[in-house]
Design a protein around this ligand. Structure first.
Ligand code: SF4
Length: 196
């Protein structure tokens, strides 16, 4: 696993990256459990082409690719306001970086959260996705247990703000799916050169 620290707008971010075989990631898929969680608690459920139940299963979606580069971006936060700011910053930073990797390595990225490319998703108007070539699914929408994955692979526990407890870190996880012999260093060289 590779680890890089970088600064953006006066904040320190930690980026961890690791290459995994997709067959080894399947054990983190719990599609039915997360589908039900989304159904009972997420306002985006069945409102977007990228969200359950419209998203595919990870094992089917990743079938044409041997490997994934998992990328985790973490920043420290002091309060609820900082947590929300960091959530957006982490997500944007990761999306930018994965988009660049996607072009440079001719691979396919997964998204961080639901697709927000259009102001109103075509799904709501019973139309096909307006940008199928750009739209991507998040790993969680495909049934992946990011909490378990982060603990086992990155040795990092994902924490969230609640009324009882203030989280001290904000974390986003994304990935690219690829074939070939790229190493973590190949991706991290790009991350180091990237102007965050
Ligand atoms: S690209 Fe637009 S239409 Fe397609 S999933 Fe994203 S928001 Fe919906």
């Amino acid at each position: 696993m590779k680890k890089i620290k970088f600064e953006k707008n006066g904040k320190i971010f930690t980026l961890k990256a690791i290459v995994c075989e997709n067959k080894d990631l399947i054990k983190f898929m719990n599609r039915d459990y997360f589908m039900n969680l989304c159904k009972s608690g997420c306002p985006n459920y069945n409102t977007n082409w990228s969200c359950p139940p419209n998203s595919p299963r990870f094992d089917e979606y990743s079938a044409d690719y041997d490997k994934s580069l998992l990328v985790e971006v973490t920043s420290e936060v002091k309060d609820d306001e900082e947590f929300m700011e960091a959530y957006i910053q982490n997500r944007n930073t990761l999306e930018d970086l994965l988009s660049k990797m996607q072009i440079d390595f001719e691979c396919i990225k997964t998204a961080c959260g639901s697709c927000n490319l259009c102001k109103r998703c075509a799904f709501l108007d019973n139309k096909n996705c307006y940008h199928p070539e750009k739209m991507r699914y998040s790993m969680e929408s495909m049934g992946m247990d990011l909490q378990k994955m982060s603990e086992e692979i990155f040795d990092h526990q994902l924490t969230w703000n609640s009324k009882k407890e203030q989280s001290t870190t904000c974390t986003s996880i994304g990935s690219i799916l690829f074939n070939g012999t790229f190493l973590e260093d190949d991706f991290c060289d790009l991350a180091r050169d990237y102007r965050f």
